[in-house]
Write a protein that binds this ligand. Structure first.
Ligand SMILES: [Zn+2]
Length: 261
């Protein structure tokens, strides 16, 4: 009898835990922001693109980019994971002040929740890139699921901005997933990673530190990874690094402009 009670107890506890877990899955906005966020960004900052070691064929590599031409003083600021209900507008205010264009790799589900900053960014001449709908690690998805993630994000971007995105950045930097280049190519996308500058803004260092990481190692053709979601000093860092790099002769363009040079 006692053993039976223990078994019933274990069963009940398992049921409660399972239901509790299922109910906390990321349909809830708060869960996605607070629980998985740091893990996501930590992974993204570690990506290193070694073109020589890639197992992909040459043809496939021709749609994967981590920088533009090194011949001219052109660079691209990219902001991942937004739109954020307040942070994205602050980024847009600074870009407007210095009259520069940038690229936002948005999560489709955030566009659905907070469309206004994306609509504004698009109207002000910034480029909107596809960063999947749910921001899952695509390495864990089937090819059909990956294509759905890309299409769902594309649909919501098109619905809100009237423009079709042509750049895709995989969450977690999972660019080596089998099938990704073919799916990207088939749907009209270039795969955009980032270069050697690691601003680490997701770790929320000081604005001075973020700016210095960028200004001390930036090169022609650089694609710079920043975030407009859950960071604290990125906007302030822009106020430091943009005028400094402009005074050195750098021009800030969208990634599509950078890659067309
Ligand atoms: Zn991301």
């Amino acid at each position: 009898m006692k053993k039976k009670n223990v078994l019933v107890g274990i069963f009940a506890l398992t049921l409660v835990l399972t239901l509790g877990y299922a109910m906390s899955l990321p349909e809830d906005k708060t869960d996605w922001k607070t629980v998985s966020y740091n893990q996501v960004k930590r992974s993204e900052s570690k990506v290193e693109v070694n073109e020589n070691q890639s197992t992909q064929s040459k043809e496939i590599n021709s749609i994967v980019f981590s920088h533009g031409s090194k011949d001219e003083k052109l660079i691209s600021l990219t902001f991942d994971d937004g739109p954020h209900p307040t942070e994205t507008d602050k980024v847009l205010d600074v870009l407007k002040k210095y009259n520069i264009k940038a690229t936002f790799f948005v999560a489709g589900k955030h566009v659905k929740w907070y469309p206004d900053p994306v609509i504004r960014a698009s109207k002000e001449g910034h480029e909107i890139g596809n960063h999947t709908f749910n921001h899952y690690d695509i390495a864990n998805l089937s090819n059909a699921q990956l294509e759905d993630e890309i299409k769902m994000c594309e649909d919501v971007i098109k619905e809100k901005t009237g423009k079709t995105p042509t750049l895709f950045r995989p969450p977690y930097g999972s660019y080596s997933k089998n099938g990704l280049p073919e799916i990207a190519d088939k749907n009209g996308y270039k795969i955009v990673l980032w270069g050697g500058v690691d601003a680490l803004d997701w770790k929320n260092p000081s604005a001075e530190s973020i700016a210095k990481n960028i200004t001390s190692s930036v090169e022609n053709g650089e694609i710079i990874l920043l975030h407009d979601y859950a960071t604290t000093n990125t906007v302030e860092a822009l106020e430091i690094l943009i005028p400094q790099l402009q005074s050195q002769g750098y021009k800030f363009v969208t990634v599509s402009q950078l890659l067309s040079e």
